[in-house]
Design a binder for this molecule. Sequence first.
Ligand SMILES: [Zn+2]
Ligand SMILES: [Zn+2]
Length: 273
Amino acid sequence: MEVVILGSGSPLPDPNRAGPSTLVRTAIGDLLFDCGRGVLMRAAAAQSGAGAFTGLFITHLHSDHITDFNDVYTSRWVMSFAPNPLAVYGPVGTARLVALTEEMLEPDIGYRLEHHEDLTWRPSATVVEIESGVALDTEAVQVLAQPTAHAPVHPTVGFRVQEGDSSVVIAGDTIPCEGLDTLCAGADVLVHTVLRRDLIEAIGIPRLLDTIDYHSDVADAARTATRGGVKKLVLTHLVPAPAPEAEHEWLEQAAAHFDGEIVIARDLTAVAV
Ligand SMILES: [Zn+2]
Ligand SMILES: [Zn+2]
């Protein structure tokens, strides 16, 4: 497998970092985890695209993780030459997200159906809402889900992709919790969203301070990786996003709690599994 961080950013717009989104390339095709700002631009850079996703997995319904769902949904529809339903997996509430998005897109759907003679079907999705257990089960690849802890956002899930002996965990936004520990046990790679508690406290803006209590900081993520015996930790969704020359601070903070390999993600950072 290969993990490609499509977007390493957060809700804060950044010229160099798209919104949260991770691509996992597997034997059954490209699996997309979350679909934040600019996801299809970065997918294009990774030679993937809306029509190619075998599945879209949503960790939670915070806007930064789903801003471009409408783009994925519409682009897949318009750029496929036969009905090509999008397989969507996510927490309870995902089906409503899909339905409301489709309702929002109703004018566009009408324009395109009217204009393109060969386009005779509407966009569509199959939705699996999952709290824990097996989300996707094929012979070659399994995707498991467990609840995570991001209150008051609820429900939220993390995912583990298993292909043979290789495994990748996508934590999403969460504080350390039992569900994430279950997913991480013995995993090769953990992709974890993080913030820097020290920097956010120094900035001191209340709206930003509020984010500390429902995210893992760098040390939290590193300790989760250690508890799970994970081989490689990929830190993404970096708040506040570091300039390249400051990335070593994040590395050092993580290395104080984790002995394995640590990667500070940028957009299109790729990690072999
Ligand atoms: Zn969130
Ligand atoms: Zn987020």
